[in-house]
Design a protein around this ligand. Structure first.
Ligand SMILES: NC(=O)c1ccc[n+]([C@@H]2O[C@H](COP(=O)([O-])OP(=O)(O)OC[C@H]3O[C@@H](n4cnc5c(N)ncnc54)[C@H](OP(=O)(O)O)[C@@H]3O)[C@@H](O)[C@H]2O)c1
Length: 465
């Protein structure tokens, strides 16, 4: 048996800051690249090219990454979690473990999107994972066995310190402390450097500030009080954790680990504090809220409390929207017939779709490659011949179906519209060829996308009738 066949197969859906930190660590530790498949909509970004060079299979097809994997990491933003979870749920191996890396989204929502029998867990980690110094909390779903738990703890121990969080409601607090955590050392080192002598360059000031924090951790003993800036910051960070429910010991360990993760990360990447903060803080997200409050002069405990309230508010909004979407999808799943009626029975829905496709094609706005095979799900499969025949009818060549000249945004709209009705496809961002990237064209494309999406909804509705 080849080495990679003995290793757990890892599938990644969404390759951004967090999931790439986890995968880079695995690869650096000698994990076989052939045992990893990574799916991401953008294939030509540096981090994806880096994977390809190392021999990791990359794809834009989320299902391909999930099918056959023993562990699937969902590394997308919270707003995309339900969509991708629904996409992959049908292709998972029965024993696969699915890790939602997303902040804010409750485990029960992820579980609902994946299906009740899937082994799911929420994992709140941070960028220290890249250098084996993360601070990770895992909240297990009810299908996870004791053996699964051990497997997961073992997996994340390769990336740093791990704790189990039994109370799913505490995951937002875990986000404030651990998920956002790499940004705190960056923020306070930057603050300390700002107060440094005006004769130091910015780089020197940052280096000295970081050294002060490093020395503080090297020298500190459990009870040595100190009036120095690092000691004050660390104490306040620990107290802020305690205000969220941490024990003194856990607070001490977690804050120390956050700094260790930061020091090792910047040693490897050479990043400045601002760059690290940017990779952790999504605009409008939880880290951004904590940092905004600190910059406004709030105490750390108040800033953490504001971060937690913000996480809970965002979580509620996302949960309400996602539950509504899932309710709608389930209602349609229940009503769509197992076998698709013959073409003539589809009637007006098809005509409408054909008309819209005609408009889309006659606009002559070329999109980048978007293959019909990117769409998936039983109902969308049945739509393919309809779309194909409609394109042919309107004088479009075979090449359109290969995707080269296909109107990418329109098809995204089709996919997006259809997905509202239980047909799961991957809506993609606008990717108009450079020559056409003008505002009026983008806006026309947007309208067409919407129209085609609506048409798809109509067709799916007519299928359901
Ligand atoms: N950053 C952190 O420090 C941190 C810490 C703890 C937890 N988290 C959590 O980790 C998750 C990811 O955060 P991040 O900072 O890594 O975000 P990110 O860098 O923006 O990564 C998100 C990735 O998802 C991809 N994506 C978007 N839509 C997709 C779809 N439909 N299917 C597959 N992939 C899709 C994006 O592709 P493109 O390349 O095309 O944009 C991007 O690579 C979030 O839920 C966040 O709450 C992050």
């Amino acid at each position: 048996m080849k080495e990679e066949e003995k290793m757990q197969k890892i599938g990644v859906v969404g390759y951004g800051n967090m999931s790439s930190a986890i995968i880079r660590r695995l690869l650096a530790q000698g994990y076989p690249p052939k045992a990893i498949v990574v799916a991401n909509p953008t294939l030509d970004k540096p981090s994806m090219k880096e994977l390809k060079k190392l021999g990791v299979e990359i794809t834009s097809d989320n299902k391909k990454a999930a099918a056959g994997a023993d562990r699937v990491l969902l590394g997308v933003k919270p707003k995309n979690i339900v969509t991708v979870a629904r996409q992959i749920s049908g292709v998972l191996k029965p024993e696969a473990i699915v890790d939602s890396l997303a902040a804010i989204v409750d485990l029960d929502i992820v579980q609902r999107a994946l299906g009740p029998d899937v082994k799911a867990e929420c994992v709140m980690s941070n960028l220290g994972a890249e250098v084996g110094e993360a601070t990770t909390a895992i909240c297990l779903g009810n299908k996870m066995t004791r053996a699964n738990k051990e497997e997961s703890v073992g997996f994340y121990k390769k990336h740093g310190a791990v704790s189990l969080q039994k109370n799913p409601k505490m995951m937002n607090a875990e986000t404030v402390v651990k998920g956002c955590g790499t940004a705190y050392p960056a923020y306070f080192i930057r603050e300390m450097a700002r107060q440094a002598s005006p004769y130091l360059s910015e780089e020197q000031a940052l280096r000295e500030a970081q050294q002060s924090f490093q020395q503080y951790f090297e020298l500190r003993t459990p009870h040595n009080g100190s009036a120095c800036y690092p000691a004050q910051v660390v104490k306040k960070l620990e107290q802020a954790c305690i205000s969220l429910g941490w024990s003194e010991e856990q607070a001490r360990k977690d804050i120390e680990q956050l700094f260790r993760g930061y020091f090792e990360l910047v040693k490897k990447t050479g990043e400045f504090p601002d760059q690290v903060i940017k990779r952790v803080a999504t605009p409008g997200g939880v880290t951004a809220r904590v940092i905004d409050r600190l910059e406004a002069g709030d105490s750390l405990a108040h800033a953490f409390a504001a971060g937690l309230t913000h996480a809970e508010g965002l979580g509620q909004t996302i949960s309400d929207a996602l539950n509504k979407e899932l309710d709608q999808q389930q209602a349609v799943d229940a009503s769509v017939p197992a076998s698709i009626p013959a073409l003539p029975a589809l009637g007006s829905g098809v005509k409408y779709l054909e008309g819209v496709m005609h408009d889309a094609v006659s606009q002559g706005v070329n999109g980048s490659q978007q293959n019909l095979s990117d769409l998936s799900g039983s109902s969308i499969h049945s739509l393919k011949p309809l779309v194909a025949s409609s394109l042919h009818k309107h004088g479009s060549s075979e090449s359109l179906l290969g995707g080269r000249d296909f109107h990418s945004r329109s098809f995204s709209g089709l996919a997006g519209g259809a997905s509202k009705f239980g047909v799961f496809a991957q809506p993609r961002p606008l990717a108009v060829a450079p020559a056409h990237r003008s505002a009026p064209v983008a806006s026309a494309t947007q309208k067409l996308a919407q129209a085609v999406g609506d048409a798809a909804v109509k067709v799916v509705r007519s299928l359901a009738r």
